[in-house]
Write a protein that binds this ligand. Structure first.
Ligand SMILES: [Zn+2]
Length: 268
């Protein structure tokens, strides 16, 4: 049986894919990555992602949202544009949205306001949220706890943390997105310890391409660009750490992504 995976976080509209996006998509399918959810990080990339997904309905869906780095520029007209994007069928989640106090590219109060506004839009659109959090666990979980009842679902995208944070997220009934961060034996150590404790029906996989190239790829691409075709490599590491077979991980994570985002990928 050929492996069949879904990449729930690929930044296919990133400029590094501008000249060979079709080849990148073909390589992903060849590697067994049958479907991708293209990440929107601001209004421009969200609208590009929606257009790309509309052009490839059997292969791609997209998210639409404003990353906390861009929160300061998220105003009323941005909210209008976002809610228009959320009416499109190929847009399956709201995000990236959340809080990032690591660099505070936008002030924390602007981040919280943009996060709240997007949670409201998600609740109104009945679509799940694609969540980003860095160095803001306390505020992030407090806001989500208030909102959780009105949300259809949420995934902690690019989860990198340990058991405590994992338990907080599971208590909020969140799904967990695991990237190639897990392939970094040093920086990924907390994640490597917590991954065996993610319930099989909460786990999903993502590359976050072109970011987060798995560090243990052999050979390591010279460009250092990550691609969706490397998702099986991540899945293999996850399987190994969980003591499961690659097939088990593929089956459960694909089933979770289809259910969580309401996807209808083409049959192969
Ligand atoms: Zn992110």
């Amino acid at each position: 049986m050929k492996i069949s995976l879904i990449d729930i976080g690929s930044n296919l509209t990133h400029e590094s894919f501008a000249s060979d996006r079709d080849t990148v998509m073909a390589r992903a399918i060849e590697a067994g990555v049958r479907y991708q959810v293209v990440t929107g990080a601001d209004l421009a990339s969200s609208s590009q992602a929606a257009a790309l997904a509309a052009a490839h309905p059997a292969l791609l869906s997209s998210t639409a949202g404003v990353h906390p780095h861009h929160a300061r520029s998220f105003d009323a007209s941005g909210r209008e544009q976002l809610s228009e994007l959320l009416r499109r069928p190929q847009v399956v989640a709201v995000g990236e949205c959340g809080l990032d106090y690591y660099r505070n590219f936008s002030p924390p109060d602007a981040q919280r306001a943009a996060f709240l506004a997007q949670l409201e839009l998600a609740a109104a659109a009945r679509k799940p949220v694609f969540l980003h959090q860095r160095d803001a666990h306390g505020d992030f979980t407090a806001i989500l706890r208030d909102f959780r009842g009105s949300l259809t679902g949420g995934v902690a995208h690019c989860f990198t943390e340990g058991r405590t944070e994992l338990e907080d997220y599971l208590a909020l009934d969140l799904h967990i997105g695991v990237t190639g961060w897990i392939n970094d034996e040093r920086r990924g150590q907390l994640l490597r310890e917590s991954v065996p404790h993610i319930p099989a029906d909460r786990l999903m996989l993502e590359t976050d391409a072109p970011y987060l190239l798995p560090r243990d790829l052999v050979p390591l691409p010279k460009s250092r660009r990550n691609e969706p075709c490397f998702l099986p490599h991540i899945a293999r590491t996850v399987a190994h750490l969980r003591g499961e077979s690659l097939d088990d991980v593929a089956i459960s994570t694909t089933r979770n992504a289809i259910r969580f985002f309401g996807l209808s990928p083409a049959h192969d």
